[in-house]
Ligand binder design. Structure first.
Ligand code: FAD
Length: 389
């Protein structure tokens, strides 16, 4: 059996689905190839992640009709952010007023974004979805790409897009290398109820031996992110609930009173990725497959949305002009723009993560100095607010 489409996207995660939706009205036929089951896409399970969304991302999600598929009660305001170092009470405070907005951004659970993206993409007639599909081979030619699935089905397409996670097999199959960094740490995420109000302020706390983050949800509830060596995370995940509640309240030094587990606990290995090339002949990488960020600056999905805005604008312009939608110069423009948007923050995030994971004396002094200096320089705090938002 064979199928002919204009664009085939490997991976129906949030980025792949949003790219498909952004091209839905362009007159192009789109196929999403996903290895997971239809049931796991149509009703994604809670995965612990609360995604901090910038104003630009929220705007794009409105344009793509995702926003209206998310219950307003499930959207939490991110008004301010505070960064702490060690046991010091001095913090770097980022205020929403720096950017003349009511908030720095919003928080929405990842599984709700995935559900909204699935609902809007599958409602479109120009988008087809093939689930439980595995790619056996990819052959790129001058005029098209031939993708053969393990079922034997052949898909012929003008443009192939890899949106299949930071461990992208499509990226490898297309011969694109990537800079990967394994921090040797694991992040545990879960929801927590607490006694004191968070005032819709996010915390990033670079302690010695652990990194803690707290993302404010509606009510007396937060999403907690703890970064530790994998063995310590395993023990936290297996810990009986009462012990866990005690442990977590201690780790947060009771700053929000007593804390209680309010969801399942989830672990993610801390591995970042930056693909050496974002394109190849009739091929482009998007989302985490292109740039897999360190979650500390909460930009992974925001960058994914930025990338698809750039790529889909190029594709739509070519389509309107009757030109090849996978022309190499078009793909090159996407690569350049997306690299420019992402590389500086990717490198800065790495530098911050490395500094705040270093407990030696020179780094300790530098860490204290950096927070003291940054908290006093107002333009610097304004710049950070602009980056978050
Ligand atoms: C703890 C944590 C917190 C985060 N917080 C934030 C935040 O606050 N803000 C933010 O912007 N980002 C955040 N992120 C990042 C964000 O979650 C990711 O950037 C986003 O999920 C990436 O979406 P994606 O569609 O590119 O990839 P994924 O979500 O990984 O989806 C990839 C899809 O491809 C499919 N797939 C994989 N391989 C294949 C294959 N070979 N064939 C077919 N299908 C395949 C998968 O099944 C999946 O459906 C966070 C990440 C983590 C881990």
């Amino acid at each position: 059996m064979s199928l002919n489409v204009d664009i085939a996207i490997v991976g129906a995660g949030p980025t792949g689905l949003c790219l498909a939706k952004s091209l839905a009205d362009s007159g192009l036929s789109i196929l999403l190839i996903e290895r997971a089951s239809e049931a796991s896409l149509s009703n994604p399970a809670f995965d612990g992640r609360q995604i901090a969304l910038s104003h630009d991302s929220a705007r794009l999600m409105q344009e793509l009709s995702l926003w209206e598929h998310i219950n307003p009660h499930d959207i939490s305001q991110l008004r301010n952010a505070r960064v702490f170092n060690g046991s010091s009470l001095l913090s770097l405070d980022i205020d929403h007023r720096f950017i003349n907005q009511n908030e720095l951004g919003y928080l929405v659970a990842n599984h709700l974004i995935r559900k909204a993206a699935y609902d809007v993409a599958t409602a479109s007639k120009s988008i087809q979805l093939k689930t439980e599909a595995q790619i056996a081979s990819i052959i790129t030619g001058t005029h098209d790409v031939k993708v053969t699935l393990t079922s034997g089905e052949v898909i012929q397409t003008k443009l192939l897009v890899g949106a299949d996670s930071r461990f992208s097999e499509t990226r490898r199959a297309m011969g694109i290398a990537a800079d990967m960094h394994d921090f040797g740490k694991t992040m545990m995420v879960c929801e927590i109820e607490h006694d004191l109000a968070h005032q819709h302020t996010a915390w990033e706390w670079f302690d010695y031996g652990q990194t803690l983050a707290l993302l404010p949800m509606n009510g007396l509830k937060s999403s907690v992110v703890i970064t530790l060596p994998p063995r310590e995370i395993s023990s936290l995940i297996c810990m009986p609930e009462a012990d866990f509640n005690h442990e977590i309240s201690e780790r947060f030094k009771h700053r929000l009173g007593a804390m209680r587990l309010a969801s399942t606990r989830h672990a993610y290995p801390l591995v970042t990725v930056f693909a050496k090339r974002l394109i190849n002949q009739r091929f482009a990488l998007v989302g985490d497959a292109a740039v897999g960020m360190h979650p500390v600056t909460a930009h992974g999905f925001n960058f994914g949305l930025k990338g698809i805005t750039t790529l889909s604008a190029e594709i739509k312009a070519a389509q309107v002009a009757g030109k090849d939608i996978a022309d190499y110069s078009l793909l090159l423009r996407y690569e350049k723009a997306h690299r420019r948007h992402t590389k500086p923050l990717f490198l800065a995030t790495h530098a911050i993560a490395k500094l705040y994971n270093n407990y030696g004396m020179p780094a300790r002094l530098l860490r204290i100095g950096a927070i003291q200096l940054a908290s006093r320089i107002t333009p610097f705090r304004h710049a950070i607010a602009g980056l978050i938002a």
